[in-house]
Design a protein around this ligand. Structure first.
Ligand SMILES: NC(=O)c1ccc[n+]([C@@H]2O[C@H](COP(=O)([O-])OP(=O)(O)OC[C@H]3O[C@@H](n4cnc5c(N)ncnc54)[C@H](O)[C@@H]3O)[C@@H](O)[C@H]2O)c1
Length: 356
């Protein structure tokens, strides 16, 4: 039996190879929360590997639209109706949105129950499953209600990616590229050279990048709270765009555009080097070759959403920058730097020119 702590950092990350070598599992009841996007064959495979005496199964819609307080409450009400108690261990299987929601549920149900994550999208494997951040969106503000709660272990089985549409692979590659931009030029070049092979679902190549990406994330998470902010590269503009666009815009595409726009602002300030702007523009063009926007919204809408961003101080949005690839920018000990609204408007205009 494994000693199940409620929350531990760093969690064990296991590349499971068909779930056949799951490490000793909790002996008590298991609540398996599964994203409906995961194929039924994979669910059967996972269930047989778990071999739980008492297994509760909760199928839930995946994606951003379901990452809400209402969905969390629905899960809580269901768990109560099933008389699930504090001896349960929760397994979350799904994309980043499902993991964020179920982890938040596990953090608060019965004052916290042990959590295990089985990410099923590239973005969730390479980023969202690690670091402990969890929560839901409210009033179109991303991740505004949530906490930090670490899983006991993360099981990565790249075979789950076989059913994932290419544009979601693309979204995961953006977050991996983000980690490499924070890390080094060599790593960035490697990620970009693997891009097409990954899109073709070359699983060994994908696994290599997932392991690399989690490594970088761990480095940034364990250094300091201030340093951890760098993982938000591109995320201020991204969250603003996700807020105005709604669930149409995938998180990865939003981050790709956000990295480019924030780099362009940093370049105007004389902080970010030109090649960073060019590289982030290249990633944005790969992630969004055509306009990804469907909504009709103006700069004023974007401003109103950004005013509510959870990283703000006094309603002013803040961003992190890299001066050069592998060189995060720190100013008098601070990593998150406030923006002027005129700069946000400049970025908005730039975006409208690139994706009219
Ligand atoms: N907690 C963190 O540190 C962190 C980090 C990065 C991103 N995130 C969050 O992650 C979310 C984005 O995650 P995502 O990119 O995984 O998207 P997602 O969770 O929205 O999933 C995208 C779609 O893929 C489907 N899906 C899931 N697994 C599948 C599979 N194996 N085959 C086919 N379809 C499948 C889902 O049902 C959904 O429709 C955002 O909410 C973002 O805020 C969290």
């Amino acid at each position: 039996m494994c000693e199940v702590q409620q929350s531990c950092f760093p969690p064990r990350v296991l590349f499971t190879g068909s779930f056949s070598d799951l490490f000793p599992l909790p002996t008590g009841p298991i609540l398996l929360c599964i994203d409906r996007g995961v194929s039924s064959n994979e669910i059967v495979r996972l269930k047989s590997a778990l071999q739980a005496n008492r297994l509760y199964e909760y199928l839930m819609p995946g994606g951003e639209r379901s990452k809400t307080r209402a969905s969390k409450q629905k899960l809580e009400d269901w768990a109560l109706a099933m008389k699930i108690g504090s001896n349960v261990s929760v397994f979350a299987v799904g994309g980043g949105a499902t993991l964020d929601l179920v982890a938040f549920f596990a953090a608060t149900y019965a004052r916290g129950v042990p959590l295990f994550l089985v990410p099923s999208t590239l973005l969730a494997m390479a980023d969202a499953s690690f670091g402990g951040k969890c929560g839901v969106n409210a009033k179109r503000v991303k991740n505004i209600v949530g906490t930090v709660y670490h899983p006991h272990a993360i099981f990565i089985d790249s075979q789950l990616l076989l059913s994932l549409p290419k544009y979601h692979i693309q979204a995961g590659l953006v977050e991996i590229a983000k980690h490499s931009l924070l890390d080094s030029k060599e790593a960035f070049d490697t990620v970009m050279s693997c891009w097409n092979a990954c899109l073709q679902k070359d699983l060994p190549c994908l696994e290599k990048l997932i392991a690399y990406s989690l490594n970088v994330k761990e480095k940034f998470c364990s250094r300091s709270k201030e340093y951890r902010h760098f993982l938000n590269l591109g995320h201020t503009m991204a969250h603003g765009l996700e807020g105005v666009e709604g669930a149409y815009l995938t998180h990865g595409v939003a981050v790709a555009i956000g990295m480019y726009l924030e780099a362009a602002i940093g370049f105007r300030r004389g902080i970010v080097r030109r090649d960073v702007v060019e590289k982030t523009k290249e990633i944005a063009a790969l992630a969004a070759p055509r306009s990804p926007f469907k909504g009709k919204w103006s700069f004023e809408h974007l401003k109103r959403t950004l005013e509510l961003d959870k990283k703000n101080t006094a309603g002013v949005p803040r961003v992190v920058w890299i001066e050069a690839i592998g060189k995060p920018y720190v100013c008098h000990g601070c990593t998150a730097i406030p923006l002027e609204w005129a700069e946000v408007e400049y970025a908005h205009d730039l975006m409208k020119r690139m994706w009219p």
